[in-house]
Write a protein that binds this ligand. Structure first.
Ligand SMILES: *[C@@H]1O[C@H](CO)[C@@H](O)[C@H](O)[C@H]1NC(C)=O
Ligand SMILES: *[C@@H]1O[C@H](CO)[C@@H](O)[C@H](O)[C@H]1NC(C)=O
Ligand SMILES: *[C@@H]1O[C@H](CO)[C@@H](O)[C@H](O)[C@H]1NC(C)=O
Ligand SMILES: *[C@@H]1O[C@H](CO)[C@@H](O)[C@H](O)[C@H]1NC(C)=O
Ligand SMILES: *[C@@H]1O[C@H](CO)[C@@H](O)[C@H](O)[C@H]1NC(C)=O
Length: 554
C-alpha cells in the first residue's frame, strides 16, 4: 500500500472523527446540587429529610433530546451517596448510571460530577438516591426530556407542563428503616401517601399545587417514586388522555384513573373544561387492606369555590389493573426520538436467541429475611462490579452466572447470598420471563434499556404462551409489574454495552438482594461500543491504586 493511500485513509478517519465531535456537541445543561439533611414534616411529623439545594422533592431537570446534562453533586450527608437517573439509557456509558454496581459512592463531604447525554430519548423520568435507604428520606425529583423542536409530537403543545411525583411515605427516618431491614425485619405498611412531598389537609387551608386556565390543556407527568406501594391516580371530573409512558408515545386513550406501580411514569393531557372551581387530584393505595390516600388541589384561574369532598373511588382488585395494562399500545406512527435500533420496529419477527426465566422468592438466611432471583440474593460489593470487570480482576470480586436461565424449581426455598451477575452476549435478542409465585405484586426495572412489554398473564409461563404475546405494538418501556401468581414477558436486544442493573422496584426487596447486574461486553472492546472510564472516576475497593487498563482507542 502506498503511503499516499494510507494518508488519505487516515485523513478520512480524522474528518469522520471531527464530524462526529461536531455533531456530538449538543447543548449543555449545568447543575450544582447541594445534598443536605433537613427537617421536613410531610405527614405532620417532623423527620429527617434529604434535600437537594434545600428542596424536597429535589429540583426538576428540564432537558431536551440529546442535551448534555452535567450535575455536580456535593454530598453534605454523613454517609456515602449516589443518585440514579431512572430510565436514562446512558448509551455506551454505564459509568453515569449512579448505582453501587457501577460507581463508587460519593464519600461524605466530597463532590462528584455526573455527565450524561439524554441521547435519542423523550419522555418523563425521575432520579433518586440508590444508596442505603436514602430514597425513603427524599433526594428524588422529576426529569423530563422534551422532544426537539424539529420533531413533531403527536399532540398540540400544552399550555404548561406539570410534574406529579406520587409515592408512599414512612415517618421513620431512613436510618431507622435501614436498621429494620438489617436486623431481618420488614418495612411494614407505609404511614401515608405524598403528592410532590405534600398531603393536602382538605380543610380549606390548602394552597393549590397547580393552576389551570379555563379551556386550556395541560400535561401532567405522573411518576410513582415510592418504596413499595402501587397507587391509583385520578382527578375529580377530569379524564386523562394518556400520551406517553416511560419514553414512548402511546395510542391516546382517555382514562378515568391510572394504576401507577412503583418506578413507573405516565404523561397525560388534561383539559380544563369543567365548571370553574377547585378539583382534587387523588393518589390512593392499591392491593392493601387499609387504604391510604393523598390529595392535592388543582385550581382554575377563574375558579369560584372549593373542591368537592366527594372523591372518585379507586378500582378494586388487580384484574382491573391487568386489563388496563392491555390497553397500552405503542403509537407506531408517531415520530419521536427512539433509542431502539431500526430492527426493533419489527421486534415481533426477530428470532429469540436466549430465554431467561427469573423467579422471585424470599426466605431466611442466618435467621434474616432475604429476597432472591432464581435463588440468589445479591449483595453489594465494596468494589463496584463494573470497575472489577474494567480493571480485569472480576474474579477478585464476583463470579459470572451464579444463576441459570431456568428459573427456580417448584417449592425451592434455598437462598444463596452472593453478587448476582449475568453474562449476556452483545446484540443478542432475548426474552426475559418474570414469574411471580407470590401473593404480592412485583415491579421490575431494567437500566440501560427500553424493552417491549409483550405480555402479562396469570398463571405460569410456558413456551406455548408466546402465541399470546403482543408482537405488533407493545409499549417500549423500562418498568413492568407482575401481578400475584402471574408472569410477564419482555423482549429486548442487548445492544448497549455496560453493566446494567435489573431489580425489583420494591425497595425492601431490592435492598435485601432482589436484583442482579447484566454484563454486556463487546468482543471488540471498542470505543464504538463503549466509552472508556471517564477521567476523575472514583476508585475504591480492590481497584484503588491499580494502574488504569489500556484505554480503548478505536
Ligand atoms: C423546559 O424546556 C423547554 C425547552 O427548552 C422550554 O420551552 C420550557 O419553557 C422549559 N420549561 C420550564 C418549566 O422551564
Ligand atoms: C467538585 O466541584 C468543583 C467546583 O466546585 C469542580 O471543579 C470539580 O471538578 C468537582 N469535582 C468532581 C470530582 O466532580
Ligand atoms: C399517533 O401519532 C400520530 C402522528 O403524530 C397521530 O396523528 C395519531 O393521532 C396518533 N394515534 C393515536 C391512536 O393516538
Ligand atoms: C428465524 O428462525 C426461523 C425458524 O427457526 C428460521 O427459518 C429463520 O431463518 C430465522 N431467521 C433469522 C433471521 O435468523
Ligand atoms: C460471556 O459470554 C461470551 C459469549 O457470549 C463469552 O465469550 C465469554 O467468555 C463469557 N464470559 C464469561 C466471563 O463467562
Amino acid at each position: 500500500m502506498g503511503s499516499g493511500l494510507f494518508l488519505s485513509a487516515l485523513l478520512l478517519c480524522l474528518s469522520a472523527a471531527s464530524l462526529w465531535t461536531v455533531r456530538a456537541e449538543d447543548p449543555y445543561l449545568f447543575f450544582t446540587w447541594k445534598v443536605t439533611y433537613g427537617t421536613i414534616s410531610p405527614l405532620g411529623v417532623p423527620q429527617q429529610g434529604i434535600l437537594i439545594n434545600g428542596e424536597f422533592p429535589g429540583p426538576n431537570i428540564n432537558s431536551t433530546t440529546n442535551n448534555n446534562v452535567v450535575v455536580n453533586i456535593f454530598n453534605h450527608l454523613d454517609e456515602p451517596f449516589l443518585i440514579h437517573w431512572s430510565g436514562i439509557q446512558h448509551r455506551k456509558n454505564c459509568w453515569q448510571d449512579g448505582l453501587p454496581g457501577t460507581t463508587c459512592p460519593i464519600p461524605a463531604g466530597t463532590n462528584f460530577t455526573y455527565h450524561f447525554q439524554v441521547k435519542d430519548q423523550i419522555g418523563s423520568f425521575f432520579y433518586y438516591p440508590s444508596t442505603a435507604m436514602h430514597r425513603a428520606a427524599g433526594g428524588f425529583g422529576g426529569l423530563r426530556i422534551n422532544s426537539r423542536l424539529l420533531i413533531p409530537v403527536p399532540y398540540a403543545d400544552p399550555e404548561d407542563d406539570y410534574t406529579v411525583l406520587i409515592g408512599d411515605w414512612y415517618t421513620k427516618s431512613h436510618t431507622a428503616l435501614k436498621q429494620l431491614l438489617d436486623s431481618g425485619r420488614t418495612l411494614a405498611r407505609p404511614d401515608g401517601i405524598l403528592i410532590n412531598g405534600k398531603n393536602a389537609k382538605g380543610d380549606g387551608s390548602d394552597e393549590p399545587l397547580f393552576t389551570m386556565k379555563p379551556e386550556k390543556t395541560y400535561k401532567y407527568r405522573i411518576c410513582n417514586v415510592g418504596l413499595r406501594t402501587s397507587l391509583n391516580f385520578r382527578i375529580q371530573n377530569h379524564p386523562m388522555k394518556l400520551v406517553e409512558m416511560e419514553g414512548s408515545h402511546v395510542v391516546q386513550n382517555d382514562y378515568q384513573s391510572l394504576d401507577v406501580h412503583v418506578g413507573q411514569c405516565f404523561s397525560v393531557l388534561v383539559t380544563a373544561n369543567q365548571e370553574p372551581r377547585d378539583y382534587y387530584m387523588v393518589a390512593s393505595t392499591r392491593f392493601m387492606k387499609t387504604i391510604h390516600m393523598s390529595k392535592a388541589i388543582i385550581r382554575y384561574t377563574n375558579g369560584k369555590g372549593p373542591a368537592s369532598s366527594d372523591l372518585p373511588e379507586a378500582p378494586m382488585g388487580w384484574a382491573w389493573s391487568l386489563n388496563q395494562f392491555r390497553t397500552f399500545r405503542w403509537n407506531l406512527t408517531a415520530s419521536a426520538a427512539r433509542p431502539n435500533p431500526q430492527g426493533s420496529f419489527r421486534y415481533g419477527s426477530i428470532n429469540i436467541t436466549r430465554t431467561i426465566k427469573l423467579v422471585n422468592s424470599f426466605g431466611n438466611v442466618d435467621g434474616k429475611l432475604r429476597y432472591a432471583i432464581n435463588g440468589v440474593s445479591h449483595v453489594e460489593t465494596e468494589t463496584p462490579l463494573k470497575l472489577a470487570e474494567y480493571f480485569k480482576v472480576p474474579e477478585k470480586v464476583f463470579k459470572y452466572d451464579t444463576i441459570t436461565d431456568e428459573g427456580l424449581p417448584e417449592g425451592s426455598t434455598t437462598i444463596t447470598v452472593a453478587p448476582n451477575v449475568l453474562n449476556a452476549t452483545y446484540r443478542n435478542f432475548v426474552e426475559i420471563i418474570f414469574e411471580n409465585h407470590e401473593k404480592r405484586l412485583q415491579s421490575w426495572h431494567l437500566n440501560g434499556y427500553s424493552f417491549f412489554a409483550v405480555a402479562i398473564e396469570p398463571g405460569k409461563w410456558s413456551p406455548e404462551k408466546r402465541t399470546n404475546y403482543n408482537l405488533l405494538d407493545a409499549v417500549s418501556r423500562h418498568t413492568i409489574q407482575v401481578f400475584p401468581k402471574s408472569w410477564a414477558a419482555i423482549l429486548l436486544t442487548f445492544d448497549n454495552c455496560g453493566m446494567w442493573n435489573l431489580r425489583s422496584e420494591l425497595t425492601e426487596n431490592r435492598y435485601l438482594g432482589q436484583q442482579l447486574y447484566v454484563s454486556v461486553l463487546s468482543p471488540a472492546l471498542s470505543l464504538r461500543d463503549e466509552y472508556n472510564i471517564p477521567d476523575r472516576t472514583l476508585l475504591c475497593g480492590v481497584v484503588k491504586g491499580m494502574p488504569l487498563p489500556k484505554p480503548y482507542t478505536i
